[in-house]
Design a binder for this molecule. Structure first.
Ligand code: SAM
Length: 328
């Protein structure tokens, strides 16, 4: 990969990235903005009873399926195999769901169980809602919230097509949900809107056209509000996962640190409980500012040819957080 290939990315972004990453990883990460990515997918257990028959059918098309060590129904194919995968009957019949492997991590960490009450607070287009529906075997109560109308309808169409029947969808601002459902859910996923730095690719300038340090600040403001709401929707004893597909510490570590300061020991940052390749613990310091909590249980997933960049944190709630509100 030539360094000139990434020169179309915003220089301020590259400068920040160089300060964020260990020097030995910087060039490898740059190469992911240039190289064609692999295509990840998982078997849609809402439609498929016997995964092995789907795998056999795909292999009969000449596809080389690579297994994912940390998720047994997930696979990836090389870039040159993508077209064949998308032309397969398995894809047309919704027996497989194409999803970046990193995007499968937050639901796995949330570990939703059949019969539970689960909230996906920023849901469209629904990749993670669908994965949660699979984990819950289409039982229990899965609420999916999305504020942007066009994306909401995409979410609904996706859920219908893939066979999710335990999901209720809400076209709504997620920051308000806790007022209707305070401390109601066993598990809450906040896959937050973000500056999407993990999706940047030189072949698609639209992916980075709107990036700026100001955008990072704007997204961090939204994330703080949504994360506050996510905590208030979660029952005591419940589990919350916060995730973004961006590198920026302002949208990751700083948002978490502020949350932990606000709620004190009612929240505990837990280990992810998954053995993943190429992760870095969340930083303790960024641009000279030290965070007040130990955030190292949260992880930054470094991008590779098969995985997008992600940031994932798991939080458990030890007691009610409503008291502070009632006292106002
Ligand atoms: N979880 C989704 C998936 O895996 O398919 C991707 C979610 S995307 C990172 C974030 C979503 O949050 C976007 O669809 C965005 O429109 C939505 N969003 C932004 N602000 C919101 C808000 N205040 N309430 C609910 N959804 C919001």
């Amino acid at each position: 990969m030539s360094v000139s290939a990434v020169s179309s990315l915003p220089p301020a972004f590259l400068d920040r990235l160089q300060h964020l990453l260990p020097p030995e990883r910087y060039t490898d990460v740059l190469s992911t903005f240039v190289a064609p990515p692999a295509t990840g997918f998982r078997i849609n257990s809402l439609r498929v009873e016997f995964p092995e028959s789907v795998i056999t059918n795909l292999e009969s098309l000449g596809l080389v399926l690579h297994r994912v060590p940390w998720k047994d129904d997930a696979f990836w194919v090389a870039p040159e195999d993508r077209a064949t995968l998308l032309a397969s009957d398995a894809f047309a019949d919704q027996q497989i769901y194409v999803q970046n492997l990193s995007s499968m991590i937050p639901p796995l960490v949330l570990d939703a169980q059949p019969g539970e009450r689960v909230l996906d607070l920023a849901a469209a287009p629904g990749s993670k809602t669908l994965q949660l529906a699979c984990m819950m075997q289409n039982t229990g109560e899965l609420a999916a919230v999305e504020v942007v109308k066009s994306r909401f309808f995409k979410l609904r169409a996706n859920l219908n097509a893939q066979g999710a029947t335990n999901v209720r969808t809400y076209l709504q601002d997620g920051t308000r949900v806790w007022r209707y459902r305070p401390e109601y859910f066993d598990r809450v996923l906040l896959d937050a809107p973000c500056s999407t730095e993990g999706r940047f690719h030189v072949d698609d300038p639209a992916t980075f056209a709107f990036w700026s340090p100001r955008k990072i600040k704007e997204m961090a403001r939204k994330q703080r509000k949504l994360l506050y709401a996510a905590v208030q929707c979660l029952r005591p004893g419940g589990v919350l996962v916060y995730a973004t597909c961006t590198f920026a510490p302002e949208e990751n570590e700083a948002v978490l640190d502020k949350l932990l300061r606000k709620f004190g020991d009612a929240l505990v940052l837990e280990p992810l409980g998954l053995s993943l390749p190429l992760t870095m613990p969340a930083r303790s310091i960024w641009q000279g500012k030290k965070y007040s909590h130990d955030l190292s249980n949260a992880k930054r997933v470094l991008p590779t040819s098969t995985m997008e960049a992600f940031f994932v944190a798991k939080i458990s709630k030890t007691r009610s957080t409503m008291e502070a509100i009632r006292q106002r």
